[in-house]
Design a protein around this ligand. Structure first.
Ligand code: 26V
Length: 818
């Protein structure tokens, strides 16, 4: 079903027309960037028609809608993905070929919209793709940051952050919608006024600063179903243009402040995940997009519905982590102060409309706001939270009379702080974790008291990824091969991919499969040569760890093991060793010194190892600069081994693990997050599992940790590796890696020695790595294992995840567009 605009001749004409129209140029004179814009406009034409049709269908069929509220949407490039979902990719590629243009090069012109940090933001993007593909009415609600995730440069081995001005040439797929602008209020105070109309008091917010929230809409194209949903991201503008006039009225200061407020609010994405800093601007961002999104949702509902008490029948708000949970109180405020409901009615509606997903148990990430800051910035919203808290404490007392410990642990307001997770759980009708193990840890540990009091709210929704981007677009060779063998149904029903199982022992299929992997490795090797100037052998094992840099993800364990292998090869040059390329990609949050030091270490080790002729290229280490969605697609396709080595219990789910698996890379990992379920699906004989279990880690933690010095003192090879951090092997400055060395051996303030159990797991990791090597040498055995990983990845599609959210939480209706 190809749209007529994508017939080759029509497409070519349209691109030429757009170049002429936009740039007053002939095709031959246009730059690649201009051609990119012209191609996007042609594609956008088709999308706009479907977008209108979809909105009409929604108007007619009036389905329930989910609003996915998220501070982050890590969308990645749109052009290629839109063509894939419009089923026009090949047609367009050929048409461009005929014009002497290369679609890959054109795709590379697009800035990579990086309005997110990592897993949580990318998950939101996969969910939008699945919602549209499964014919559900959905909005993504977020912020149009001027600067998304920074660009990472590596200079002298160090990370340097460069602002990413993704909007500088204009973004072709967005649409400004000023007619839907909303006002958002900050600061000021609350007055109580008698309202003669109702005979009761009302609360009036006065003396505030106002910001205008202006929405930009981005189309979310469903796969081959004519559905186009909307990602609505909010920009901020001052309410009044700067008026000289106001100087005389004494409003000068206020005018400047409102201008500054608007300018600052959407300026930049906070580039740290898993660390809460308590910055006022961050709370402003949260309230800004939440308030605007709720106002828009309620306005839309009221267009076709009279009874606000039935809001929950047509609308549900999913809160992506605690970041948007101020929505609870803001919805109460709108329902009471603007819609005129009383407390009980407003609470009844709110608690049927909001649901919460938890994405981490890392204590540093839990959002708690100082009461002083919160009440100053959002006085009316704070008042409402006080009342929610007061009533909740009465509930606790009723259920646990005299148990003040429960109040201390569960109150929303305690110790001068507003605890956002508690607010979300108390008001939410659903609380979910993102993988089985994670949900169990929430129920048994982190949120134990809440689970005990309201078990019915808790449920698991194991994460997933979209196979459209991460196989069909990212690995076109493998996608075609899969379709040749089992037909195209896997594109919208990934459970079908299990049909590949009949081929895992077929030698021809094995060879084809591994040959595709080889070609993808050649493609990545070329990228590495171009970007790193390092030559890597595509016949070597590509062992890959790509994800945000965090101590709990243990990139340090990986690189220490590389040092260990290097020592072994140096000591036993005759030793049988299968060539290995260790590939890293990771951004560290700008203020996270230790994480940045780990990047420097990886690059220092790479320098030494890659330039040591004596090891004859057996070992290579590559740090890929600026890891992001667009190069991720290529990296997953080329990986032989998927490193998922977090300290057990710390990684809520992981989603990279699923992308590797789908692309035929077995997992080398701990029993953490969704790794557990990956092993359930593929069998433990087709993965390389090592390390402490989550229970063991939690046990140690509850009993004061463990003593890494015992290992240091008894294991000569580990001691040797650690010594090389501080004896000049990788830097003439022997102090450079001292902090890393110390972190493994010494306790420091509240921080235990080796708090992520790196030395505890080292031997078991090294043994698992040895098994990888042995397994890889068995070509057929490896091909079988790789194919089984692809064939068993069906569960990990975000289509499955979304269907579970729909069935258990959202209860949406399917919509069909003619
Ligand atoms: C937290 C914070 C804390 C305050 C500063 C800014 C900021 C930004 C993001 C976050 C989110 C941390 C939670 C997170 O990203 N969790 C990841 O969620 C993935 C999707 O569920 C999951 O696969 C990963 O395991 C989990 O780490």
């Amino acid at each position: 079903m190809i749209d007529k605009q994508f017939k080759k001749e029509a497409f070519k004409e349209s691109v030429k027309e757009n170049v002429k129209f936009l740039y007053r140029k002939k095709l031959e004179e246009a730059t690649q960037e201009q051609i990119f814009q012209a191609v996007c406009y042609t594609v956008k034409d088709v999308i706009i028609d479907n977008w209108l049709e979809t909105q009409n269908a929604y108007k007619e069929q009036d389905p329930k809608t989910v609003y996915y509220m998220s501070m982050e949407f890590l969308m990645g490039r749109a052009l290629g993905n839109n063509l894939i979902n419009l089923t026009a990719y090949k047609e367009v590629k050929e048409a461009l070929d005929e014009l002497g243009l290369d679609l890959n090069v054109i795709e590379d012109q697009e800035p990579d919209p990086a309005l997110g940090n990592g897993g949580l933001g990318r998950l939101a993007a996969c969910f939008l793709d699945s919602l549209a593909t499964l014919n559900y009415s959905a909005y993504g609600c977020g912020i149009r940051y001027r600067y998304g995730m920074f660009k990472q440069q590596i200079k002298d081995g160090y990370q340097v952050e460069v602002p990413d001005n993704w909007l500088k040439d204009g973004y072709p797929f967005e649409l400004r919608r000023p007619e839907y602008a909303k006002e958002v209020h900050f600061g000021g105070y609350v007055d109580v006024e008698y309202d003669p109309a109702t005979g009761s008091n009302k609360f009036v917010h006065k003396g505030y600063q106002a910001v205008k929230a202006v929405p930009f809409d981005m189309p979310i194209v469903g796969y081959n179903n004519k559905i186009v949903n909307t990602l609505r991201i909010w920009d901020a503008e001052p309410i009044v243009d700067f008026e000289l006039d106001s100087f005389d009225k004494g409003d000068y200061k206020k005018a400047v402040e409102q201008e500054n407020l608007a300018r600052n609010i959407v300026e930049v994405l906070y580039p740290n995940d898993n660390h809460m800093a308590g910055k006022e601007l961050r709370l402003k961002q949260q309230y800004f997009f939440v308030s605007a999104s709720l106002q828009a949702a309620i306005d839309k509902y009221k267009k076709n519905h009279k009874d606000i008490m039935k809001l929950h029948e047509k609308v549900t708000f999913q809160m992506n982590d605690t970041h948007p949970t101020v929505a609870v109180a803001e919805l109460m405020r709108i329902l009471m102060d603007e819609e005129g409901l009383g407390w009980d009615d407003a609470w009844s509606v709110t608690t049927k409309c909001v649901a919460y997903t938890n994405h981490t148990i890392m204590a540093e990430a839990l959002e708690k706001w100082p009461v002083e800051l919160f009440s100053r910035l959002l006085p009316r919203v704070y008042q409402i939270i006080e009342e929610i808290n007061r009533r909740f404490i009465l509930d606790i007392q009723a259920k646990y009379p005299g148990n003040y410990d429960k109040i201390k642990k569960m109150a929303i307001l305690y110790d001068g702080q507003v605890k956002m997770a508690h607010l979300a759980i108390v008001a939410g009708y659903s609380v979910n974790g993102v993988a089985k193990l994670h949900t169990e840890i929430l129920k048994k540990q982190e949120l134990k008291d809440f689970y005990e009091m309201m078990p019915e709210k808790f449920n698991n929704k194991t994460n997933g990824i979209t196979q459209r981007r991460f196989l069909l677009h990212g690995n076109q060779l493998l996608a075609d091969w899969v379709t040749d063998h089992i037909g195209p149904e896997w594109i919208t029903d990934l459970s079908q991919i299990s049909k590949l199982k009949v081929y895992v022992d077929d030698e021809k299929a094995q060879q084809e499969f591994m040959n595709i992997k080889y070609q993808n490795k050649v493609r990545l090797a070329k990228y590495i040569l171009e970007h790193n100037g390092v030559e890597v052998n595509p016949r070597s094992i590509f062992d890959v760890q790509v994800k945000r840099l965090h101590e709990y993800k243990r990139q340090l364990l990986n690189i220490l093991h590389v040092i260990y292998l290097y020592d072994q090869i140096k000591k036993h040059p005759e030793m049988d060793f299968y060539p290995r390329t260790f590939i890293f990609g990771a951004k560290a949050s700008a203020g996270y010194a230790r994480a940045k030091k780990i990047i420097k270490l990886i690059n220092s080790v790479a320098d030494v190892v890659n330039n040591d002729a004596s090891i004859e290229g057996k070992l290579k280490v590559v740090f890929i600069e600026n890891y992001r969605v667009s190069n991720a697609e290529m990296i997953f396709a080329a990986a032989d081994v998927s490193e998922q080595i977090s300290t057990a219990s710390k990684e809520a789910s992981g989603t990279g693990n699923m992308k590797f698996m789908l692309n035929g890379a077995p997992t080398l990992g701990t029993m953490d997050g969704a790794n557990v379920e990956i092993v359930d699906e593929v069998g433990k004989e087709n993965a390389f599992i090592f390390g402490l279990s989550a229970d063991e880690v939690i046990n140690y933690e509850n009993n004061g940790g463990y003593d890494p010095r015992v290992i240091y003192n008894t294991d000569d090879e580990i001691r040797q590796v650690l010594t090389e951090l501080v004896n000049g092997t990788f830097s003439s400055d022997t102090e450079l890696f001292r902090d890393l060395y110390n972190s493994l051996l010494n306790q420091n303030g509240g921080e235990r020695a080796d708090q992520y159990f790196i030395l505890a797991d080292f031997r078991s990791y090294a043994a698992a790595q040895k098994k990888v090597e042995e397994a890889y040498k068995d070509e057929k055995g490896w091909a079988r294992m790789a194919m089984l990983n692809t064939a068993c990845a069906g569960k990990f599609t975000s289509d499955r995840t979304i269907q579970e959210y729909v069935d258990d939480i959202w209860h949406l209706d399917k919509v069909f567009v003619k």
